[in-house]
Ligand binder design. Structure first.
Ligand code: SAH
Ligand code: SF4
Length: 350
């Protein structure tokens, strides 16, 4: 539901101010699925609202379940754009929802299925937040809850800053979804003005940077955004972010076999991090194994996953160079729900 529209509609209907909060709570905490089930507001109001507003901004089209317990939901917006979100179930009981922030993406990284779709439009705050509600309703039936939200689905969050900020605040809001700020993370491909704005916010939201290459030549080849914000602009911005916020930065490094996984490149990555004291002090390199995607012609495997030997050698060098790292367990690749595989069923069947 568009909450701005709700507010004006309630005013036009001459409703008392507390109704807004009541309805927001019903939607985001009681996880109601329609106006008709909000029993603490008058029946006539429910009927009026049902006539004047749509309760859900997203229409759930399909739900896929992965063997590892993860799930992927395909939604349509009211203007018929396909977007996807993923639920990742971890062994420790945490339940992470990965939300899309745009339909498609302007950045077009060469390894990413979303990028190959092209860009349709940014998503509204409610369209972003309601992806979380969809999984929450499903989990509630099993007595479980969403514990974390990551802005790592389709789209570049920092090219939709105003809306992702509103979505974050709504998810964090005590009268909204009421999720702790430390449980929310945003990943960017490296939009420097966005990083600066994010760092200036008065909040505890986590930041992740998709680095994927230790030098400009390779990074520009993989991620065209590097031509606009090359490493000599990006790295100082990240260093300043860590210095100011004193929060851990996650550096995502997607390992592409034969492209960026050599021992020389592991050393170059360590050199790059050692050159920025604050990043060195408070960052973790998150190694991601490449998940196969289709290119714009519908062909698979433009890139390949790294060999286990290359992965181990890479990790060993990082350890030797005293760089903190983790390996991201991949979830849901059997349903194309893993990172970078989100392309919308409609498109991936073409
Ligand atoms: N646009 C933002 C957030 C969404 S992408 C960003 O790029 O950071 C989320 C993560 O998935 C990024 O780190 C991205 O580089 C990674 N990713 C993209 N394609 C992938 C693939 N095929 N396999 C594994 N990870 C991929
Ligand atoms: Fe966009 Fe992120 Fe995919 Fe790059 S990796 S195309 S920035 S969604």
């Amino acid at each position: 539901m568009d909450l701005d529209k709700l507010q004006t509609t309630l005013e036009e209907l001459g409703q008392p101010a507390y109704r807004f909060k009541q309805i927001k709570l019903a939607m985001y905490q009681d996880l109601k699925e329609g106006f008709d089930s909000i029993e603490n507001i008058p029946l006539t109001l429910r009927q009026d609202l049902d006539r004047l507003l749509s309760f859900n901004e997203l229409i759930l089209k399909t739900e896929q379940k992965s063997l590892d317990g993860s799930g992927k939901n395909l939604f349509f917006t009211h203007d018929d754009l396909a977007i996807e979100s993923v639920l990742i179930k971890h062994g420790d009981g945490s339940r992470t929802v990965c939300v899309s922030t745009e339909a498609g993406c302007q950045i077009d990284c060469s390894f990413c299925a979303t990028g190959h779709l092209g860009f349709k439009r940014v998503l509204s705050p409610s369209e972003i937040a309601e992806q979380v509600l969809s999984f929450s309703r499903e989990l509630k039936a099993k007595g479980e809850k969403v514990t974390n939200v990551v802005f790592m689905g389709m789209g570049e969050p920092f090219l939709n800053y105003d809306n992702i900020k509103k979505a974050i605040l709504l998810l964090n809001d005590k009268d909204g979804f009421n999720l702790g700020q430390r449980r929310i993370s945003v990943s960017t491909s490296g939009i420097v003005p966005g990083i600066e704005r994010f760092g200036a916010e008065d909040w505890q939201i986590n930041l992740a940077i998709s680095l994927h290459a230790p030098d400009n030549a390779l990074r520009s080849r993989l991620m065209p955004i590097n031509k606009t914000y090359p490493l000599e602009k990006l790295m100082p911005a990240l260093d300043a972010y860590v210095a100011k916020n004193n929060r851990r930065l996650m550096i995502e490094y997607l390992l592409l076999g034969g492209i960026n996984d050599s021992p020389r490149q592991a050393d170059a990555l360590a050199d790059l991090i050692h050159a920025y004291g604050e990043i060195l002090r408070l960052s973790v390199v998150n190694l991601i194994i490449y998940n196969p995607t289709k290119d714009s012609d519908g062909h698979w495997d433009r890139f390949r996953s790294p060999s286990l030997a290359a992965l181990r050698a890479f990790e060993e060098i990082l350890t030797k160079r005293e760089i903190a790292w983790t390996r991201r367990a991949s979830f849901g690749s059997d349903i194309s729900g893993a990172c970078g595989q989100l392309a919308g069923e409609v498109n991936s069947t073409h």
